[in-house]
Design a protein around this ligand. Structure first.
Ligand SMILES: N[C@@H](CC(=O)c1ccccc1NC=O)C(=O)O
Ligand SMILES: [Zn+2]
Ligand SMILES: [Zn+2]
Length: 211
């Protein structure tokens, strides 16, 4: 019989009414709309939230109305080997910086801060150099995860980094919670819900150290 070992580390923001949302966006709520006292058998809940609250993946449709929606994304992108890289010392992530970590696995998780608060919307996020898009593709990277609310700066209208990544087949995971995670190699699972027409999806992201 296989022994049960708790090796998986949760890197997802807790979803409560306190979780940070983009200004003007749908607040998170969970409520029991049909309590057991009424239904006679079960509690039935409902959630309401923005797709871009908490730990989530973006589909290209988020920034490109002609772009792929969640139903068209390949689940294989979101499961497999990954590397957590600490970039908390820099204000801009460049390919020159990431070149220190070659060869890269297909998935990267960038830790831009030692400490983040899932319940407070940031006023600034670490910049990513759009040149990393084609460069990551050359390295075989298919997923870029980050511990901030966006891969672009927060006021961006052009969404240059979103385009630079997706144009090169690099998918995006945002608001990964990496405070308690040491840099290194991990297996990652961060599967989107199959919300066919959506611009993204919340995920329960988990990692476990690779031996
Ligand atoms: N790009 C962000 C989301 C984003 O930009 C956004 C989300 C909700 C409401 C407004 C947003 N952007 C512009 O104000 C993301 O990918 O999560
Ligand atoms: Zn998003
Ligand atoms: Zn995004």
């Amino acid at each position: 019989m296989e022994e049960f070992v708790m090796t998986w580390i949760d890197i997802s923001h807790p979803l409560t009414e306190k979780v940070a949302t983009w200004s003007g966006d749908t607040p998170f709520s969970y409520e029991v709309v049909w309590p057991k006292e009424e239904s006679g058998s079960v509690n039935v809940g409902k959630i309401s939230m923005s797709i871009h609250t908490g730990t989530h993946i973006d589909a290209p449709f988020h920034f490109d109305s002609e772009g792929k929606r969640v139903g068209a994304l390949d689940v294989s992108v979101y499961i497999g080997t990954s590397k957590v890289i600490d970039v908390s010392e820099v204000s801009c992530v460049t390919q020159e910086l990431l070149a220190d970590y070659l060869p890269l696995p297909p998935r990267l998780l960038l830790k831009t801060k030692q400490q983040t608060d899932p319940n407070r919307f940031p006023d600034h996020v670490t910049e990513l150099d759009p040149r990393i898009g084609p460069w990551l593709k050359e390295q075989g990277v298919v997923l870029l995860g980050i511990d901030t609310a966006s891969v672009d700066h927060l006021e961006s209208k052009e969404m240059l980094v979103h385009y630079a990544l997706f144009d090169n087949g690099v998918h995006i995971l945002e608001n990964a919670w990496l405070d308690h995670v040491a840099p290194g190699d991990y297996e990652l699972i961060a599967l989107p819900l199959n919300i066919i027409d959506a611009d993204g999806s919340p995920v329960r992201a988990v990692i476990r150290p690779l031996l």
